[in-house]
Design a protein. Sequence first.
Length: 459
Amino acid sequence: MQAPEAQAAGKPRTVPVWRALPRALRDAHQSLVDVGNEAGGEVVRLGLGVSSPYLVTHPDHVQQVLQERAANYLRGDDTALWRSVRQLVGDGILSEGDTWRNSRRTLAPLFRPARINPLVDTMAEAIDGATGRLDKAAEAGTVVDIGAELSRLVCAAIMRVFFANRLGVDDALRIMAAQESIVTAMAPRLLAPVVPWWVPMPGDRRFHRAVQTIDDILLPVLRKALDEPGSGDDVLSTLARARNDGQPLTERQMRDDLVSMVAVTTETSYVALTWLWPVLATHEDVAHRLYAEIEDVVGAGPVRADHLPQLTYTRMVLDELLRLFPAGWIVPRRAVGADVLGGVRIDKGSTVILSPYATHRMEAFWGSDAESFDPERFTPERVAARHRYAYYPFGLGIHRCLGEGLFQLEAQLIVATLVSKYRFTLTEPTVPGIRVAASLRPRRRVELTLTRRESAVAR
Ligand code: HEM
């Protein structure tokens, strides 16, 4: 679908406040899809009170905002999301301008395929080694919270990449628990974007306590790394050796980048993978095909690096999972100057909301069955036939996710390991609703029991 041309270049259509706000409060995610569908991809203004942000859903416009005209659309810290993010991570890779550029220059090489791919077998072993608790749960028939278990597996997988052996797994898990508080404590602010940031809101104290916990754990580890940077190629050692204009990073710069990286890596990955199990429980055909592929390629395991290129259906399932459940569901920007998008005038200083969640579920780009789970959408032919930016779970342009490759690897390794070992029975076999938080979280825990697969028992 072509981007709609100007509705008589000038005033955009406004979804009136009394319609958008109650809908947004009831179901923030669905209301973005509904407004996007009703507007057919046109830029609209969400009547959410004084801030009245623009909603940008058409892939052409997404490309313009995030790529072609990125210099005009910054991560201003006056949106609820970025202000909260900034309070947690300070100034670093998640900011803008020179600080961001320096951080990106230091960090990007660490996540290139040439650096990550050789670590796959180490990651696979770490994941396999971390399934002991699940074995016990399978034996005892106890119910597990798969989200919590996945966060442990993600942690195990990436510890080497991030910290070599400078941080213990227990501390990493405490960081993740604090992060959980942060992501959910942000919800009241996301729901009430019109409340000025200086007005105290529920959740604020929990947010600040959790930030403190993270600092208490990370700062001593970071100071030690600064004293003894070593020659390791993990994120922490690399930051400890990094130079900006010949100067080492300050403790603050290092802390901000490290917290940013830990925050975006673990939360997004395990939350995304948590959605898989309810989806499999409600789509038997997909589950059978996925299990069959992993059985063929991996057998009883363990999973190895050379299995991954053969897991083509697994990859399609993961792509489709991130279409319907993109962990980074909302990507806000601030227009530094006035602009025109698809014929709609964007006021200087206004907030522009991009939402992979909305674009990924809109009928104009995905057909009338846009909301159904169908991995076949990711055959090479169908991908080629689609607008390139109808799908952007990892963002695009200058801020495109650094961790896309890492996620693809760890996700395939985790899914292949779990499926090669167990079968899963959900306590409540339906797809949960979505909780409003900074990432796309299920509204309730996903609980299940595990059964050890016969062929895996011998291992
Ligand atoms: C399912 C997993 C993930 C999803 C859905 C995801 C999504 C995103 C999105 C949408 C952005 C763009 C934000 C923007 O434009 O403002 C982004 C940026 C970023 N992601 Fe991810 N991400 C994931 C995993 C990871 C992992 C594993 C890492 C670890 C390296 C990572 C590191 C980053 C960084 C550093 C940025 C900021 C890049 C910049 O501003 O230059 N992400 N991610």
